[in-house]
Every structure is written in structure tokens, then in C-alpha cells.
Design a protein around this ligand. Structure first.
Ligand code: 3HC
Ligand code: NAI
Length: 696
């Protein structure tokens, strides 16, 4: 028998223990082992118990096997085999029983669980549907409506809720083995035998078309959740065996889809970002007390994120009035966290009385383990803050800047300890957005970097390593594709048409709506700052300057590219903006032309991929997957496309390069192809090849 599954007889009960760390995924070895263990149990035992070794039951099929040729026995065969067993089979759950793991449990005749267990069928989050009977057995067990809720969302269901809908038979304290054995002894004493879920009558139909339409709409381009509705429908309209066949057909279709490839790439990429070879064996410093300097938009959000994570926070502002304003902002965010169930009333009371304080003197930071600066985006102000920190903070403190664009090396040089200085680039709103760019400067020590990654984990944020340049990974790429979009507006597209084309591609928001949210004054200030050094060949989006001159800074002033009405969500189009743009075009002597949705998407993606290739070549991002995660978590790139680099691999790099060369005919300066992209195309390689080079 394989080591992935241990089998032993205890009294008259066969214990089948899955042991495939870290999460007992049903790899080929586990499937073979399960089959062999079952055969043994049937020969010598009166009942069998399936448990997971270590921290969990089974977290699902082995995702790393997806896309490879399937190896027999498949998980559906195993599940059918378990269900058909002549002896009663009990699954005892702890940790998580997800995907194929829950399907194994559903194939068993009874299910017990510890109070902390969670169950779920998260397949749709990977671009597939449950493929080992989950869409047929779960609706039989708990009804179509409840099953649809679980399967189309992919959420992890707390065990109490699962018990209430009848998914598990019993919740007990104790080890999974003790719980399972006690349940079986009781079962045998009462003379109960196997109880296959497939024998339960088909679930009553619900309005499957309405579920399909609703799921398709909320999926924003994602197909798996809506496909799952059709599979559950089959449970209600077909026989059990035909339903299984239908599930397999839909599962196989999705398995071959680019969405599955994109989502699985995203799953592994988000876990790979924090694995940096230089941090192997490096211990992070302890972080308990954190200082935040500046309590504006970012500082108040950063302080909130730290407080929710249980850290002690001292926030420094320029004067008592600004400090009070910052305190009010943080408390408002914390109260919102209570409403969302992220913070308890008790924790709020403790924070406001004990762990959160504001101050106006930097000396209050003498004991801080980490200080995060979030003052105005001005190099002189930042340097003076860091020089002060250098004189006040303890030697082992980590000093971080939240700058969006400024040179972290220059900021570090204002201190006598550049090895302890790092960029921690949060995204707005900082207490909500998951991304944290960790900007490693020339002198930053590995210990400081390791501390930053551990700190990010504590805040439940996804940290990506970036190098120093104007805008790091994300904002540098954004600035470039944004220029391509502004140029299209100059040439005839409307901002509304561009926003529509890019949300149709799957972006969470249109880029012009995003600018309105962030404030148009930010881009205006950057254009002014860079005016003196701007290349004369670069085109200038004069229409954006005109809007700012009119005080149209976006949502905060009620008008930007869109008009924002009090109490209404989202903005409405403004014909005046189109007139202003038309005037600017005329003043520049441009005859407007039309762009199709596809034209807009191709230029957006061409610009994005071109600059991303330069960011890679410059070493600002080490691997394409770091760019994917940055754009997925910080810029609303659709997860089901895997991230821009994965999308580019799937779409084909040569087509993208050929687009860029075509666009270069009208603007050779902007559209000069990135040499790395040219090399990859010439050599027939992909961004995924570069990911592999870095992990091998
Ligand atoms: N297959 C292969 N590897 C898996 C895996 C799986 N199903 N689930 C997790 N892993 C790996 C991770 O890649 C990670 O590897 P690493 O240490 O080398 O980076 C390791 O296990 C630990 O995972 P996490 O870091 O995510 O650990 P957490 O404790 O934070 O989370 C978890 C545990 C909640 C189980 C989380 O890993 C998870 O959500 N896993 C995916 C669950 C899932 O989607 N299951 C459905 C699979 S599809 C399926 O079953 C199809 C079936 O219907 C036929
Ligand atoms: P903001 O203007 O809202 O807040 C800055 C705060 O710093 C003000 O409250 C000000 O009183 C305070 N301040 C200024 N000098 C100070 C000093 N010497 N000591 C103590 N407090 C001082 O600015 P915002 O938007 O919060 O930006 C802060 C930093 O974060 C900037 O570097 C910005 O580039 C960066 N950032 C901003 C993002 C955004 O979306 N707003 C996103 C990511 C980074």
C-alpha cells in the first residue's frame, strides 16, 4: 500500500488514513491507496472510517495534476466505489473538506466533524465545477437551492451551518479518529448499514434559468459558476448515473478552458510571490509596536489595518487638530469593520483605550519596531522625516516609506541605516486592498525584507517584491497603459467608451472611473512635476489638464470625467467633458477617428504587456508571476484571465508584438517594442518559461 494512505484494523473497524502533506490532496498515490485500503477493509472489517492525518481532512483534488494526462483510478471512480461498498463507511472531518475532499465525504455513508471544521466545493474559483459527483450528491442531500448557494459561490462553509442543512450527521469534540470510531460503534450497535446518497430521491427543481442568469451576471465574464448551475439542474432532471455523466461532460469542457488555466495560475502565483530565495533561513525581526507618520488618506487606512491585526499603533501628525482628525478617521474605519464582522465591540474598546494613540512629537516612536511614513509625496518632506526617525528610533527598528513613486534609495540615504529602510507601498483604501508592494532598495538587508513579508502576512495582505524605479511594478505599468488610453482619447475615443471596453474585458473598473476615484489632481501634479524632463516626442493629454483647471478633480469634487450625484453610486456621463475633449483635439489639429471595442482592448493590453516586459528586464519585478499578482490584487485585472502575463501567454506573444509594431507606425516613440518581448517571440518562449527559470 502507498505511504499516502495508511490502513489498519482496530477491532472490527478498518481505519483508512490519508497522509499526503501538506493538505492531503487526492493525488494519484492517494487515489490508488484509497482503493487498496477499501478492498482490505471490505475483506476483514464490519465498517470503515476515512480520516485525514495532520492538520486537515482532504483539501481537494491535487491541483498540480490539472492540465496533465489523467491517471487511473480517477476520483469519480473512487467516490462511486466508496458509495457502493457493502460495509458502512464514515468520513470524520477536521480542518477543511474541500472540493474532491468533500466529494469523498459525500460518497461515504455518514459524516461527522469537529466543531472547527469547514466544508466547501470551491472548484468554481479554479474555473471548474465539482467533478467527482459533488453536483449530484450535494443537492440530493441538502436540496438544490442550498447546494447552488454553496457550489456557485465556492465559499468555505462553517460546520454548524453544514450541520443545520443536513450535510453532516454529527458534530463532536475529540480527535477525528475518536469521533469517527464512536459514531461507528453506535451505528453498528443499532444495526445500521450503508446509506448511499445516490439513493436519496432527486432534489425538487428550482428556477434554474434564473439562477443561471444571476450567476452569469455576477460572474462578470467567468463561466464556471453558471456552468455549475446546469450541473445541479441535471441532478434534479436526470437519473443519478446520467447526472454524473452530465457533470463529467461539463467538468471536462471547463478543464480545457483558458479560464481554468488562468485561475489555477493565479492560485499558485499568489502563493509563490512570498517565496524569495534570498529570504531562506533569514529570521524576521519581531513586530509588535508600529508607528505611522501622517494620518491622511493612506496613514489612517494603514493604522486601521494594523489595529485590526492586533498591533499597537502610535500615529504622528503635524499638529493636534490633524491628529484629532486622523483619530476620527481611524475610528470611523474601525466601526465599519465592526459592521462587516471583521472586528468585535470588545476589540474596538481595547483598541481605543489601549493600543491606539496619536501624538505630535516623533519621540513617541522611540520604542517602535516598525515605522511607516505616509506624509505628502514630496522628497524634501520625506527626507526630513527619515532624518528625524534616524535620530529617534531604536537601532533595530525597520523604517518604511509608503511613497507611490519617489526614489527609496534617496530616502534611505537620509538615514545612517539604509539597511533598515524599505518601501511598503499600500494601496488605497489601505485597510481594504490586499496588495502590498515591498520595495527593496539597494542597501535594504534581507532581514528587513523578511520582516516586511512577515508583517504583510500578519495584516493578511499579499506582498510582492518590487525594485526601485518610478512607480515600482504597478504604478509604472499603470502610467504606461494609461498614456496609451489618453492618446486614444486624443485621437477620437471617448473616456466612457474606453471604460466600457475595459470592463467588458473584465477589469473591475474603467480606468477613467478609477482616476475620478483617486483624484485627477494626482496625475495633474505628476504631469507638472515631470514637464521639465518630458521627452518632446511624448504626447500630452491636455484635456485632463483642462478638467483640473476647472476644479474637476473627480469624486471628491462631485465632477471629473463623470458627474457624481449625492447619495448615488457610480458616476454619470457628462456631455460637457466630451465637448472639452473635442475642443482640445481641434486645438491640437487632430481629426478624430473611431475605435472599436477590440481596438481599445488591443492597445490597452499591448501597452500593458510591453511595459511589463521592460519592468521584468530591468529587474523591478523578478518573475512574470509577480506582475500578475500585482495587477490582480492592486489594479482590478480579472482573476479568471490569470493576470496580464498569463493572459499574454495564452493569447500568444507574437500576436501582441505584431500589434505593437503596427501601432508603432503612427507613434514610434510610445510604441517602441520591449527588447525582452522581441527576444521571447524570436526564441518561441513564454513568460511562463521565465517563471520556471526562477523556480527551478
Ligand atoms: N492541490 C495541490 N496543492 C495544494 C492544494 C490542492 N488542492 N491545496 C493546497 N495546496 C498546496 C499549496 O499550493 C501550498 O503549497 P506550498 O506550501 O508549496 O506553497 C500548500 O498546499 C499549503 O497551502 P496554503 O498555503 O494555501 O495553506 P493554507 O493553510 O493557507 O490553506 C487551504 C489551506 C484552505 C486548503 C488552501 O490551500 C486551499 O484553499 N486549497 C485549495 C482547495 C481547493 O480549491 N480544492 C478544490 C480542488 S479542485 C477539486 O477538488 C476537483 C474535484 O472536484 C474533482
Ligand atoms: P494625504 O495628503 O491624504 O495625507 C498626508 C498626511 O500627512 C496629512 O494628514 C498631513 O497632515 C500629514 N503630514 C504631512 N507632513 C507631515 C509630517 N512631517 N509629520 C506628520 N504628518 C505629516 O496624502 P495620502 O494620499 O495619504 O498620501 C500619503 C503618501 O502615501 C504619499 O507618499 C502618497 O504618494 C502615498 N500613497 C498614496 C496613495 C493614494 O491613493 N492616496 C496610494 C499609495 C501611496
Amino acid at each position: 500500500m502507498s505511504n499516502a494512505v495508511n490502513y489498519r484494523l482496530k477491532g472490527d473497524i478498518g481505519i483508512i488514513e490519508i497522509s499526503n502533506p501538506p493538505v492531503n490532496a487526492t493525488s494519484h498515490a492517494v487515489r490508488k491507496g484509497l482503493l487498496a485500503a477499501l478492498e482490505n477493509a471490505e475483506q476483514e472489517a464490519n465498517a470503515a472510517l476515512i480520516v485525514g492525518a495532520g492538520r486537515t481532512f482532504i483539501a481537494g483534488a491535487d491541483i498540480s495534476e490539472f492540465g496533465k494526462p489523467p491517471k487511473k483510478p480517477g476520483l469519480p471512480d473512487i467516490c462511486n466505489r466508496i458509495e457502493a461498498s457493502p460495509i458502512p463507511i464514515v468520513a470524520s472531518l477536521h480542518g477543511t473538506a474541500l472540493g474532491g475532499g468533500l466529494e469523498v465525504a459525500l460518497a461515504a455513508h455518514y459524516r461527522v466533524a469537529v466543531p472547527t471544521a469547514k466544508v466547501g466545493l470551491p472548484e468554481v474559483t479554479l474555473g471548474i465545477i465539482p467533478g467527482a459527483g459533488g453536483t449530484q450528491r450535494l443537492p440530493r442531500l441538502i436540496g438544490a437551492e442550498a447546494a447552488l448557494g454553496i457550489i456557485t459561490s465556492g465559499r468555505h462553509v462553517p460546520i454548524n451551518e453544514a450541520y443545520q442543512v443536513g450535510l453532516v450527521d454529527q458534530i463532536s469534540d475529540g480527535t477525528p479518529e475518536e469521533n469517527g470510531l464512536a459514531f461507528i460503534h453506535d451505528l453498528l450497535s443499532k444495526g445500521h448499514g450503508p446509506r448511499p446518497v445516490s439513493g436519496i430521491p432527486a432534489p425538487k427543481p428550482v428556477d434554474f434559468d434564473a439562477w443561471h442568469a444571476k450567476t452569469l451576471k455576477s460572474g462578470k465574464g467567468q463561466i464556471a459558476p453558471a456552468t455549475a448551475v446546469r450541473a445541479v439542474e441535471a441532478a434534479s432532471t436526470l437519473s443519478f448515473l446520467d447526472g454524473l455523466k452530465r457533470e463529467r461532460e461539463l467538468f471536462t469542457e471547463l478543464m480545457a478552458s483558458p479560464q481554468r488555466e488562468g485561475l489555477i495560475h493565479a492560485f499558485f502565483a499568489e502563493r509563490a510571490v512570498s517565496k524569495l530565495p534570498e529570504l531562506k533561513g533569514i529570521d524576521p525581526r519581531e513586530i509588535a509596536k508600529v508607528g505611522v507618520i501622517g494620518g491622511g488618506t493612506m496613514g489612517s487606512g494603514i493604522a486601521t489595518a494594523c489595529l485590526v491585526a492586533g498591533l499597537d499603533i502610535t500615529l504622528i501628525e503635524r499638529d493636534a487638530q490633524s491628529a484629532e482628525a486622523a483619530r476620527t478617521k481611524v475610528e470611523t474605519f474601525l466601526k465599519a469593520a465592526i459592521k462587516r464582522g471583521k472586528l468585535s465591540e470588545d476589540a474596538f474598546a481595547k483598541i481605543t483605550s489601549t493600543t491606539f494613540r496619536t501624538a505630535t512629537e516623533y519621540t513617541a516612536l522611540a520604542e517602535a519596531d516598525l515605522v511607516i511614513e505616509a506624509v505628502f509625496e514630496d522628497m524634501d518632506v520625506k527626507k526630513s522625516v527619515f532624518a528625524t526617525l534616524d535620530s529617534i528610533c531604536k537601532p533595530e527598528a525597520v523604517l518604511a516609506t509608503n511613497t507611490s513613486y519617489l526614489d527609496v534609495n534617496e530616502i534611505a540615504a537620509a538615514t545612517s541605516r539604509p539597511q533598515s529602510v524599505i518601501g511598503l507601498h499600500f494601496f488605497s483604501p489601505a485597510h481594504v486592498m490586499k496588495l502590498l508592494e515591498v520595495v527593496v532598495a539597494d542597501a535594504t538587508s534581507a532581514e528587513t525584507t523578511a520582516t516586511a513579508f512577515t508583517f504583510a502576512k500578519r495584516l493578511r495582505k499579499t506582498a510582492v517584491r518590487a525594485g526601485v524605479c518610478d512607480g515600482f511594478i504597478g504604478n509604472r505599468i499603470l502610467a504606461y497603459y494609461r498614456t496609451a488610453l489618453d492618446n486614444m482619447v486624443l485621437d477620437g475615443a471617448s473616456p466612457y467608451q474606453i471604460d466600457k471596453a475595459l470592463t467588458a474585458f473584465g477589469m473591475a473598473m474603467g480606468p477613467f472611473a478609477v482616476s475620478d476615484l483617486a483624484g485627477l489632481d494626482i496625475g495633474w501634479a505628476t504631469r507638472k512635476r515631470k514637464a521639465a524632463t518630458r521627452d518632446p516626442r511624448a504626447r500630452i493629454p491636455t484635456f485632463a489638464d483642462r478638467l483640473c483647471e476647472m476644479g474637476r478633480f473627480g469624486q471628491k469634487t462631485g465632477r471629473g470625467f463623470y458627474i457624481y450625484e449625492e447619495g448615488k453610486r457610480g458616476g454619470i456621463k457628462d456631455p460637457e467633458v466630451e465637448e472639452i475633449i473635442a475642443k482640445e483635439r481641434a486645438a491640437l489639429g487632430i481629426t478624430p477617428r473611431s475605435f472599436t471595442e477590440e481596438d481599445i482592448q488591443r492597445r490597452f493590453l499591448g501597452a500593458l504587456i510591453n511595459e511589463a516586459a521592460r519592468v521584468l528586464a530591468d529587474g523591478i519585478a523578478r518573475r512574470p508571476l509577480d506582475i500578475d499578482v500585482t495587477l490582480l490584487y492592486g489594479y482590478g485585472f480579472p482573476r479568471w484571465r490569470g493576470g496580464p502575463m498569463k493572459w499574454a501567454d495564452i493569447a500568444g506573444l507574437s500576436g501582441i508584438l505584431s500589434d505593437i509594431r503596427t501601432f508603432a507606425a503612427e507613434d514610434a516613440y510610445f510604441w517602441s517594442p520591449a527588447p525582452l518581448l522581441e527576444h521571447l517571440v524570436a526564441e518561441g518562449r513564454t513568460f511562463e518559461d521565465l517563471n520556471k527559470e526562477h523556480t527551478s
